[in-house]
Design a protein around this ligand. Structure first.
Ligand code: MG
Length: 395
């Protein structure tokens, strides 16, 4: 029995947002309809995404929510002069896109992955963002140096002990041996220190886990080429966000200069932003962020374009369980998917946002319920809401 007799006659009546303060600000988005059915999404890493969504919602109010591509194309096109191509505008539209997938799935009574072409897998591999230093469970293990290579290996041991067979560390957590971070140059000692971290972690857990390392756009092309070359013997899963993201020529040179696998993509927006990097083999793994760089449908399009260049997809993710589950549906639907990030190991109430644990033994089982298959716990959201926000309406 369908929730509504004709989903095509349903109209969007309102879009509301509520921001949660977790380890990042998670902007939850709810779309309301005249059928009484709602959809919930998330935009993340967008300061003032809530204000942008409030500005953009006039474009979809009164329209039908099941034509997701048409709704999002209208948003991208009509906002192109105010961020519809890049940055915060795309992030805000990503949140709307996710809410539309939840809503359309409920109206059509199919899981969100079905709207993306169906699934290739029932569960999705998750990699755990990991930290040495002050983030370790037992900092006393660090023997006085929480950022020593051995401390990183200890931290890796903790995370693998949680059941993850895929992890990632930051290689820029300290600027040890960098004389001047402003010039983005790594001298030999700085490179050797980072190579020692890579060696210590991969030697400790490499037989049980794939290990990636993130550079957060910190260093020059020359420095990164030398670092990537130095870690080639350790066979890392990938080296991420190597050089600053504005100059794709340098990104392409770095990728082609090393046997170390290079990943990037959380700072390119939409298919158009990734196009040249894919065409010119400027990365070995495309790593976009569903609730930031385009939404579910756009990320599926990016994944399909990457597939044409034999490039796999990993998904950057720092969102709440809502955005994470949206990413899991994309992961299920993209044949070239590798792994989805989990970035909230230290947020004890992360699962409580949806009232259930979704990551088990490093995997997310993709729900078969209509839409995203998760519902927020309003009490938990209210408890962690950004100070001046009001909780969006229930229905
Ligand atoms: Mg990154």
């Amino acid at each position: 029995m369908s929730l509504v007799s004709n989903p095509r006659e349903v109209e969007i009546t309102d879009v509301q947002t509520t921001r949660i303060h977790g380890n990042f600000t998670w902007t939850l988005v709810r779309i309301y309809t005249d059928a009484g059915v709602t959809g919930t999404g998330e935009a993340v890493l967008g300061p003032k995404a809530d204000e942008y969504i409030d500005y953009a919602k006039r474009i979809i109010i009164g329209k039908n929510p099941v034509d997701i591509d048409a709704r999002c194309t209208d948003l991208f096109d009509r906002l192109i002069h105010v961020g519809g191509m890049n940055g915060i505008g795309v992030t805000a539209i990503s949140g709307i896109d996710i809410a539309l997938h939840d809503l359309a799935g409920k109206l059509l009574e199919v899981p969100a992955y079905q709207l993306l072409g169906g699934k290739h897998r029932d569960s999705v591999r998750v990699y755990c963002d990991s930290h040495a230093g002050e983030h370790m469970d037992d900092i006393d293990d660090a023997e006085g140096d929480p950022y020593s290579p051995a401390s990183y290996a200890d931290a890796a041991e903790e995370v693998v002990g949680d059941g993850f067979d895929a992890i990632k560390f930051d290689l820029d957590a300290t600027d040890r041996y960098e004389l001047d971070t402003r010039n983005k140059h790594l001298n030999a000692r700085a490179i050797n220190y980072r190579a020692d971290i890579v060696r210590a972690v991969t030697e400790r857990v490499g037989d049980r886990a794939d290990v990636a390392f993130d550079c957060h756009w910190s260093w020059t092309g020359d420095s990164i080429r030398r670092l990537a070359s130095a870690i080639e013997p350790y066979d890392v899963w990938w080296l991420e966000d190597t050089v600053p993201p504005e100059n794709h020529d340098v990104q392409i040179q770095v990728t082609q200069a090393t046997d170390t696998t290079i990943a990037a993509g959380e700072n390119v927006y939409r298919v158009e932003g990734a196009r040249r990097l894919l065409e010119q083999q400027g990365l070995d793994i495309l790593h976009p962020d569903v609730p930031k760089t385009g939404g579910m449908l756009e990320t599926k399009k990016m994944a399909d374009m990457a597939k044409a260049y034999y490039i796999p997809l990993a998904l950057h993710n720092v969102s709440s369980p809502v955005g994470t589950m949206a990413s899991a549906h994309v992961a299920a639907a993209a044949s070239n998917f590798l792994a989805l990030e989990y970035h909230a190991r230290e947020i004890e109430w992360w699962d409580n946002v949806i009232g259930e644990a979704i990551i088990t033994d490093g995997q997310i089982e993709v729900p078969d319920e209509p839409g995203l298959g998760v519902e927020i716990d309003r009490d938990v959201v209210a408890e962690h809401m950004a100070g001046d926000d009001t909780l969006f309406e229930d229905a």
